[in-house]
Design a binder for this molecule. Structure first.
Ligand code: MRU
Length: 344
């Protein structure tokens, strides 16, 4: 049983506070769209599918919060909620996908009863939550077939249960391979500057006794050159129509290294991560995060405070470097525009 990243308790959304892991395991409770938007912005919850699920719950919580107000006030509150959540983070398309899905449901409800509308939105958020976990399990089974017994997989960031409604995408493939009786070991890149690999992937895999070794990001090429890696598997924040992939900063570097060492580079993502409205990766907005994240971590600072800093949180890997895109509908080898269109 993997971790419960998001859960609903007494009409509040509880989120594991991923800023505190692995030192502390605590839930943060949200009861409005504003609180959920703030939790997404502050990285309490992160990972593309988990952000989408949280945003859907945020809208449902807002509908519950204003259910007894007059119709015009309810509509105004919901419009603000959609806008706030949409502004929380820019790159992961699952956020906008989930908001659109709930917005369609809301628009179809008209001005009727506030309590009923809130119930409908809550049901929609719960459906998004359930469907994401189910998609990850199917995706995991497809991806597991790509892995041989004894495989050593390098992964980046955290594309696990913590980043989704459950099971995970990249780590979902690893879990499914383990469940199918294969021996799998993982090399986790620490993922500077927010350390999702060191703090979250390492923790998540240790919970389930899946063998994991932590490295700093700059060690990946060395291990590949020594024959210590058999495949790279990562998640995605947004897949463009042509198969270009936006994922955590550092992913592109791994894809180039994988090509150099003739290693398969697999991207695991549900259909909700594919954005066919952007033609290629150069059209994907890349989040720039605060400079403090590069200057140090938590209360520790190691760089001169006045040094200029860049902190793009994601990069784009061209489709030409992607050996396969693994979705809940199956494995798309060497994805391109026509192969991606065909899975929809
Ligand atoms: O900044 P984060 O932690 O939200 O970035 C997460 C990633 O880049 C993940 O690889 C991606 O969202 C896929 S999660 C299944």
């Amino acid at each position: 049983m993997s971790v419960e990243t998001l859960r609903l308790r007494q009409q509040r959304l509880e989120l594991i506070d991923q800023r505190l892991l692995p030192q502390q395991f605590e839930y943060v409770a949200c009861s409005s769209a504003a609180e959920v938007a703030q939790a997404i912005r502050a990285m309490v919850v992160r990972g593309a599918p988990a952000i989408g699920c949280a945003a859907a719950y945020g809208l449902a919580l807002e509908a519950i919060r204003v259910q007894d107000r007059p119709a015009a006030e309810r509509s105004a509150a919901m419009a603000t909620a959609f806008a706030r959540l949409a502004a929380s983070r820019p790159t992961a398309i699952n956020l906008f996908w989930a908001l659109e899905r709930v917005r369609r449901r809301w628009n179809a409800l008209g001005e009727g009863n506030g309590g009923e509308a809130a119930g409908e939105l809550l049901a929609e958020a719960q459906a998004i939550h359930r469907e994401d976990e189910a998609a990850n399990r199917r995706l995991g089974e497809h991806g597991a077939r790509l892995l041989a017994d004894g495989v050593r997989v390098l992964t980046h960031c955290n594309a696990g249960a913590l980043a989704t409604a459950g099971h995970g995408t990249a780590l979902g493939i690893i879990r499914s391979a383990r469940d199918a009786g294969k021996r799998v070991s993982v090399i986790a890149g620490e993922t500077r500057p927010f350390l999702q690999g060191a703090r979250l992937t390492a923790w998540e895999l240790l919970q389930e006794q899946i063998p994991v070794t932590l490295i700093t990001d700059s060690m990946a090429g060395h291990l590949m050159s020594r024959g210590e890696v058999d495949a790279v598997i990562v998640g995605a924040d947004r897949v463009a129509a042509n198969g270009d992939i936006a994922n955590k900063i550092g992913t592109y570097m791994l894809a180039v290294l994988a090509e150099r060492h003739r290693l398969p580079f697999y991207v695991a993502a549900p259909l909700s991560t594919i954005d066919r409205s952007v033609a290629s990766g150069s059209d994907i907005p890349i989040e720039e995060r605060p400079r403090e994240e590069v200057l140090g971590f938590r209360d520790l600072r190691w760089a001169p405070p006045e040094v200029p800093v860049r902190n793009p949180a994601f990069d784009v890997t061209p489709a030409a470097l992607v050996s396969a895109l693994v979705t809940e509908r199956g494995v798309v080898e060497w994805p391109d525009t026509s192969k991606i269109a065909a899975i929809f």
